[in-house]
Ligand binder design. Structure first.
Ligand code: CDP
Length: 315
């Protein structure tokens, strides 16, 4: 049932006037969701024809030969010529070339996952994508699962948690154990300063013989994806990792399920206060990202039966 309108002047109200916003969202969020095959086909082929994620999302030795010029997507004045040394760090071929998977779970880091019991259903997906090296142990398993096929890493994590990988690198490599043999997807060519720190991550993984396999976002793909979403009304400086990974999933997977996408401070059902992430309360940089606007677009896709957004608990 819909929550009552909240009283913004009531100091004991954890919601502080959020009910109207959340009510509107919940109204649009149909509980009796079903996939609409035509809408899904149409959307995923539009994505494919404008962004070509199936062969361009990831940098490979096939799409980025020695001598070619990489153009940074966050700083288009900056380019990098591919040397044999850099080339040797690229995946030989596209790691996920075909529409291979039946079901993919894309796990955002939203506090809505706290106590959600969504771990088992997330892990039951054929392919699981996670964002920004999120913690999986420490009692989080029950709520977020552990299976990981791709995990992304924002270089800011290397700077803040691992001393920019300038000193000892073992703690970083050990932190990757929980992701097993998955792929570590790095935005090495979004800004100039990302490249050296991402290369240190790659060489640390190689030198310590960690089973995780580093791969790079193709900045050409990220650029076309930004234009794709801009043409659908998204006016953000940068796409969030979550919407990028949801877009990649829509080209690769027949059934896309999103968990942990809820950029609001209160739970959609209980209306209790939520932390921004399921593991901490660090805030999103609103200067760059516009998560509520992205959420609105994802909710549209949910209503159209293109993907399924999971809000609320899973048991
Ligand atoms: O890299 P970024 O700061 O975008 O992401 P994050 O905070 O590590 O979270 C990963 C993704 O989860 C985001 O990119 C969003 O798409 C999604 N998210 C959300 O929808 N609601 C939240 N409260 C937090 C994250």
């Amino acid at each position: 049932s819909a929550p009552e309108p909240s009283d913004p002047s009531d100091p004991s109200d954890p919601c502080k006037g959020c009910r109207e916003v959340i009510n509107k969202v919940i109204e649009r969020y149909s509980q009796t969701w079903r996939k609409q095959e035509n809408n899904y086909q149409q959307f995923s082929s539009q994505l494919s024809s404008q962004c070509h994620g199936l062969d361009r999302a990831i940098i490979t030795q096939a799409n980025t030969p020695v001598g070619s010029k990489i153009v940074y997507d966050g700083d288009k004045k900056k380019t990098l010529k591919v040397t044999p040394e850099l080339f040797s760090t690229f995946a030989k071929e596209h790691p996920f070339p075909n529409k291979t998977w039946d079901t993919c779970a894309v796990v955002g880091n939203g506090g809505i996952l706290t106590n959600s019991s969504c771990g088992d259903i997330i892990d039951s997906a054929q392919f699981v994508i996670r964002c920004n090296l999120p913690p999986l142990g420490k009692g989080y398993e029950k709520h977020v699962g552990t299976k990981t096929d791709i995990v992304t890493a924002n270089p800011s994590i290397f700077l803040e948690k691992y001393g920019a990988l300038m000193g000892r690198r073992r703690p970083f490599v050990e932190s990757l154990h929980s992701y097993g043999k998955s792929r570590l997807l790095l935005p090495a060519f979004s800004y100039g300063h990302n490249t050296p720190v991402c290369m240190r991550a790659v060489y640390s993984i190689e030198d310590f013989e960690s089973p995780i396999q580093p791969i790079f976002f193709n900045p050409e793909y990220l650029q076309s994806l930004a234009l794709f979403w801009r043409s659908r009304g998204l006016r953000a400086v940068r796409l969030s990792t979550g919407i990028i990974m949801a877009s990649i999933a829509l080209e690769h997977c027949a059934n896309v399920h999103l968990y942990g996408f809820w950029p609001f401070g209160n739970h959609p059902h209980g209306l209790h206060a939520l932390t921004n992430h399921y593991y901490d309360d660090r805030q999103t940089k609103t200067k760059f990202h516009s998560m509520p606007a992205e959420f609105d677009l994802l909710l549209q896709l949910h209503s159209q039966g293109v993907l399924k957004l999971h809000l609320g608990d899973c048991q």
